[in-house]
Design a protein around this ligand. Structure first.
Ligand code: SF4
Length: 284
């Protein structure tokens, strides 16, 4: 089933160099070999164009997150009981791992309601990335710069906005697994992920999104470590195309926007992931 796109959405995708497939009537769709996981939309052909320069490289997990050391039970339990305001304050003042010594700002997340509000916003989507980069650290907001622009454009193409200001748009909240920037954009360390994980867990519990889009390996491993036994050893590409669950919330796996900026052919796959997410939201 293909998404219904209007002229503006199609133009937006063309601008992003994402070519979208949808059936022409009468369409003859070539048979494809059976796959373990069927994507709802056939991937369009890749467009060979030079990739834009990306300031931040897409970090790749060097060590499986399954080895993550659990955060202190008492601290995790206290975070699990926090309301939205307390959670924001707790992140802002957190010194639970060494990243507090090098960050300029904590990056709680961004959504249709400015951080600081007493109650979590009502959102349909939660986008989970990895960690703040240099610009995110400076501004205290996730996914800014070129990667953020690409993410916003792709979300807008399916009628989703982080700010919720677009009429009729579904609202998205955007977070990272880590709330502080690893120096030099290095990979997150196991203890850092372990200490920060309770914040993400509580954000999800309070936001109650209808769907989680996990972008990049660290987000996927963090969210699916408890339900997909071999998630640490599987390439991200193999994990795509399925709908997983985190605390009952459907999870769709996709590539990190920073990686997409360097790898144009994967943009088409990311578009298919968004289509899967849309289909999942539409299903009863
Ligand atoms: S990365 Fe997370 S656990 Fe570490 S200091 Fe920042 S908020 Fe605390």
């Amino acid at each position: 089933m293909a998404l219904e796109l209007d002229a503006r959405q199609r133009a937006m995708l063309e601008e992003m160099h994402v070519r979208v497939w949808w059936p022409q009537a009468p369409a003859v769709v070539p048979a494809e070999p059976p796959a373990a996981v069927a994507a709802p939309v056939a991937p369009p052909p890749a467009v060979a164009r030079p990739a834009p320069v990306v300031a931040a490289a897409m970090p790749v997990a060097a060590v499986p997150l399954s080895a993550t050391v659990p955060a202190d039970d008492g601290r995790a339990a206290a975070i699990a009981a926090m309301d939205w305001s307390a959670l924001q304050l707790s992140v802002a003042g957190c010194e639970a791992c060494k990243l507090c010594g090098t960050r300029k700002n904590t990056v709680f997340g961004v959504g249709p309601v400015a951080p600081g509000a007493d109650a979590p916003p009502r959102v349909d989507w939660l986008i989970v990335g990895e960690a703040p980069g240099e610009q995110e650290d400076l501004r205290g907001e996730p996914f800014v710069g070129q990667a953020g622009k690409l993410l916003d454009n792709m979300l807008r193409a399916v009628g989703v906005s982080r700010h919720g200001e677009v009429r009729g748009a579904q609202a998205a909240f955007i977070v990272n697994v880590l709330k502080c920037r690893p120096p030099g954009n290095r990979n997150p360390a196991l203890d850092e992920v372990a200490q920060c994980e309770p914040f993400l867990k509580r954000q999800i519990a309070l936001l109650q999104p209808r769907l989680i889009l996990a972008v990049g390996r660290f987000a996927v491993q963090s969210l699916l470590a408890g339900s997909v036994p071999d998630v640490q050893t599987q390439p991200l590409g193999r994990l795509r195309g399925k709908v997983y669950r985190y605390e009952g919330v459907p999870v769709v796996v996709s590539y990190h926007p920073a990686y997409l900026l360097r790898s144009l052919p994967e943009k088409a796959k990311a578009w298919a992931d968004l289509c899967l997410a849309m289909e999942t939201l539409r299903s009863p």
